[in-house]
Design a binder for this molecule. Structure first.
Ligand SMILES: Nc1ncnc2c1ncn2[C@@H]1O[C@@H]2COP(=O)(O)O[C@H]2[C@H]1O
Length: 354
């Protein structure tokens, strides 16, 4: 069974979306053909997907013994299957086969928010040309934004300010004070760092990519130079708006007490200070990836486990938690940094019941 925008347009609440939003969402959808007895989710599960029964029959068994049936060939198939989280019932395929459409719940929510926002006549960033809005859909893939409540996504788009940029223009210079966070609306940019051998390009950025968050979060100077490789447009967010809208929902702070519980439950402990600082004193069992190397060494972390990040005070760990969130890690930044954690460990060493 193929999925196209017309199929999505029959489903609630996707039927309200603009064609360009449906076209983007189609790319994120998967249809699975499953056989009788397959369990789609269990009561109590929490997961990232919204499911629709496109064909076949699915039985829902509630913990109290009640059951309900969803027939994909009837109107019921137009509504998401038991969309509350955690799941209220166990969903099992009851027909010989069923076709189940699966889509990332949080991405869908963000697309719906953007779509509704652009219908407001006061909204300044909507462009009737569908191609001109591609940066938005790419930006919405940024996993850090998935943590933003709907109101914050609206505020983010309202406060972004568009600026035209020319080829070769330096947007951020390594060592400068920080003022703005940027999203690329049109064009490409390079990120370079000063090395002993001169400037070295470390990354290329394209439409929908973001940059400039490190210095805002660490309250230090820019750690790289970002220059435009082509003319284009940037969207920028002031330091103040970044701190108000993006930092609180994206960076999850934990107290030393909660951090010890996370560590006991198997979270990876990541120290983002320099090698010298790490060698002098560190939390037992921690791995060291200095903040400046984190983007290049991300593969050393286990994506399936939570990451507890710490540094000296909390500022570098906030930036690290932001970088990790962007690519889908569940990460926490330790409030108060290493010394707060050391005090906690003296009170309750690992393995103790406290
Ligand atoms: N290796 C990298 N890959 C991608 N982006 C980077 C890399 N290093 C630095 N940056 C970005 O370049 C920006 C320079 O300014 P900031 O330090 O505020 O934030 C930095 C990051 O957003």
């Amino acid at each position: 069974m193929n999925i196209d925008a017309a199929t999505l347009a029959k489903l609630y609440p996707l039927d309200k979306l603009r064609p360009e939003s449906l076209d983007q969402l189609v790319k994120e959808c998967a249809i699975e053909e499953v056989g009788k007895g397959a369990v789609l989710f269990r009561a109590g599960d929490t997961d990232e997907h919204t499911l629709y029964v496109l064909s076949g029959v699915v039985r829902g068994d509630y913990p109290d013994g009640k059951t309900k049936t969803t027939d994909g060939n009837s109107l019921q198939g137009r509504y998401a299957l038991g969309d509350l989280q955690p799941r209220r019932f166990t969903a099992t395929v009851d027909s010989m086969t069923a076709h189940i459409l699966k889509v990332d719940r949080r991405y869908t929510e963000k697309v719906i928010t953007w779509d509704q926002l652009t219908r407001q006549t006061t909204f300044k960033h909507y462009d009737a040309d569908p191609g001109a809005n591609r940066w938005v859909f790419r930006l919405l893939h940024n996993r850090a934004l998935h943590k933003l409540p709907t109101g914050a996504v609206e505020r983010l788009f309202q406060r972004l300010e568009e600026i035209p940029v020319s080829r070769g223009q330096v947007i951020i210079r390594e060592g400068d004070e920080a003022d703005y966070f940027f999203v690329i609306k049109e064009g490409t940019a390079s990120v370079s760092k000063l090395t002993e051998g001169g400037d070295a390009i470390v990354a290329y950025l394209v439409r929908g990519d973001t940059f400039g968050e490190d210095a805002l979060l660490t309250r230090s100077v820019r750690n790289a130079t970002v220059a435009m490789m082509s003319a284009g447009k940037l969207m920028r967010l002031s330091h103040r708006d970044f701190a108000e809208i993006l930092t609180p929902p994206v960076v999850d702070w934990v107290s030393p007490g909660k951090a010890s519980i996370l560590a006991r439950q198997g979270a990876q402990i990541l120290d983002v200070r320099t090698i010298e600082e790490f060698e002098e004193r560190a939390i037992k069992g921690a791995m060291n990836i200095p903040l400046l190397n984190l983007r290049d060494r991300i593969d050393e972390l286990d994506r399936k486990r939570e990451v507890l990040v710490y540094c000296g005070t909390g500022e570098r760990s906030a930036a690290a938690a932001f970088i990790l969130s962007k690519i889908g890690f569940t990460s926490y930044a330790l409030q108060g940094g290493l010394s707060a954690m050391m005090k906690q460990l003296e009170k309750a060493p690992p393995g103790s019941k406290a």
